[in-house]
Design a protein around this ligand. Sequence first.
Ligand SMILES: [Zn+2]
Length: 347
Amino acid sequence: MQRIQFIRNPTAENIGDSVEQFLRALGGPSCLLLEGQDTSRCRGFVTLLHGNEPSGITALHRWLRSGQQAAVNIVCVVASVHSALLSPVFTHRHPPQQRDLNRCFRPPFADEQGRLAEEILEILRLHRPECVVDVHNTSGAGPAFGVASFMDRYHEALVSLFADRLVLTHISLGALMEISDHVIPTVTVEVGGRADQKAHQIAYQGLQRYFTQNDVLGSSAHPEHKPLDIYTSPVRLELPADTKLVYGNTPVSQADLTLRDDIEQFNDGVTPANTLLGWRNTESTIAFKAIDAEGRCAASELVYFSGQELRTRRALRFFMITQNADIALSDCLLYAVSGDGSEILAS
Ligand SMILES: [Zn+2]
């Protein structure tokens, strides 16, 4: 079954004036084939795997409107157009009752989302891109970062087109970037919060480098760039899904746990030891979980309670802290590595 439509060299006129018009013109999952100056090579650009993450398609729309030509051929996959168009636009990560598409890039490909993922993999295999970049937004605000399943200079070069930090993870979830190897280096780039104009700008600037430079895998790809901050094997700090979690600037008595309502600020830089993150209800037991690379719980290496107060155990680098309680409970509160970027292990 063919699900993805192919569009060759769309012109500024047939993609609409706004991103929403562009989405409506596409109408469903699409593969845009853009002919570059050098047609002997090709790069992959994937975006909108999550329908509520607009920066990648916003950047692509802006690029297409600009009428520029890329250095090499670009295969652009715009995936979750249906989810993005569910009203109100850009609010659905995936269709209700269906799987998260970025968890479907490994067999079995039996359901609707699995078949779409399989088709995207087939397109990439067929076109043999020299690399693939997959652009996402985080739900909370924060600086841009790349994610890769292993590191070599190619992955580093790709991420440095967009961001200053690279998260190295070995957690296998079925995400697109897990297909990465030395032949087709593939990275995820999280350009920042999905409601953040700055994230759209980062996506566009990165896309422009990625599309226009002759070499994006060598150290000359972005020469003014400083070495990346590497975040090694982050742990996820999780709470039981039935926890009553709220955000505020003082403890809320009806909640099990109140997190500071300015907690997203800790997505940036190093958070010192003993930093106040929130408050618990002393009547509630809060069972944090943070499974390390050896399968042990390292939560007590991250946080502790001092009376009612929740504080950091040591200097930590956080990312993807969210202020959305639904996401915090269904996915995780945050990701963390040590202050120097190394991984955290249970002692
Ligand atoms: Zn995403």
